[in-house]
Design a protein around this ligand. Structure first.
Ligand code: ADP
Length: 292
């Protein structure tokens, strides 16, 4: 990867433009399904509790769905709903022929883990890749629904013609929803991958060796210019609210003069995540129609 000449600034990888491309592809597939079978099973979002940002994200996904011709529905459950009730709702959606894909909006209320409920979902309808079946397939580098934010990070690299094969990639964060699947996807694309996390002894030293940095730590400003190799590509999966504004995990001001390319928040990984979710929905619908 070429070093950024001094005085230049990083190319900003435009998540909104990439999301639009993906959504156009999805809309074409949706039209084809409607022509072939006369209907498109919908996308169901399950939202438990009253976390305000979750309502914003869910509303955004439903708007994107509508734009590509996918019917959407939001099922809201009170914060005191127990695991058995959530599982029942997921089982009902799994059996409902009008539902093609299901998203469980995170975070769940305190005391309820994704692991308690994910297995109630039909893996084919699990369009955000939370079911252990899909996680296992990803670990084996087989086709599956992948967690959409992780896939979006890699989608941005691929659509921006950033070479991944042979690149040294550092992923910061090891969550099941972003860091770990992003690392597996980069590995699948042929990167040499290092996964950093809270116990990593010298994060800056690890990041300094990377051609590609994917950060999903939930820590504003964690990655700054002093730790990025000149010419590196930095993908920011962070979503943090600081003083009422949404910011990522990357300090844009110090990284932009050093990196070759980077995403920004908002307008980076977020919109691509929603577009990828819709692509998964279409894949789910196609798989369901093939099996019926
Ligand atoms: P997300 O859902 O965005 O992946 P999580 O809170 O589930 O966020 O996970 C955050 C991840 O980021 C964890 O794996 C944690 O180890 C890592 N992390 C958080 N802070 C730091 C830090 N200062 N340095 C390195 N890794 C960090």
């Amino acid at each position: 990867m070429s070093d950024a000449p001094s005085g230049t600034r990083a190319r900003i990888l435009d998540g909104i433009a990439i999301a639009r491309q993906v959504e156009q592809e999805v809309a074409t597939e949706v039209r084809r399904i409607r022509e072939d079978v006369g209907r498109v099973p919908g996308l169901r979002i399950l939202l438990v509790g009253d976390d305000p940002p979750s309502h914003v994200y869910a509303g955004r996904i439903l708007r994107h769905a509508e734009r590509v011709g996918v019917p959407g529905s939001l099922l809201e459950l009170p914060g005191h709903t127990d695991v058995a009730d959530i599982r029942r709702q997921l089982e009902a959606a799994s059996h409902d022929p009008e539902v093609g894909g299901v998203i469980v909006q995170m975070p769940l209320p305190d005391g309820i883990s994704r692991h308690d409920i994910a297995s109630a979902l039909d893996p084919v309808k699990d369009i955000d890749g939370i079911h252990p079946w899909n996680a296992g397939l990803l670990a084996q580098a087989r086709e599956s629904h992948r967690p959409s934010c992780a896939e979006a990070a890699v989608e941005i690299l691929v659509r921006s013609d950033i070479p991944i094969t042979g690149a040294r990639a550092v992923v910061i964060g090891r969550s099941d929803v972003v860091g770990k699947p992003a690392a597996l996807l980069l590995l699948r694309h042929g990167a040499t991958v290092t996964v950093c996390h809270r116990s990593t002894r010298d994060l800056a030293a690890e990041v300094r060796g990377a051609d590609i940095v994917v950060v999903a730590a939930g820590s504003p400003g964690l990655v700054h210019g002093g730790m990025v190799r000149p010419g590196a590509v930095v993908i920011d999966c962070g979503i943090n609210v600081v003083d009422g504004s949404v910011v990522g995990d990357v300090d844009r001001a110090s990284v932009e003069p050093i990196a070759n390319a980077m995403t920004v928040v908002p307008g980076g990984v977020g919109p691509v995540t929603n577009a990828v979710l819709l692509r998964h929905h279409v894949a789910a619908v196609q798989a369901l129609l093939a099996r019926s």
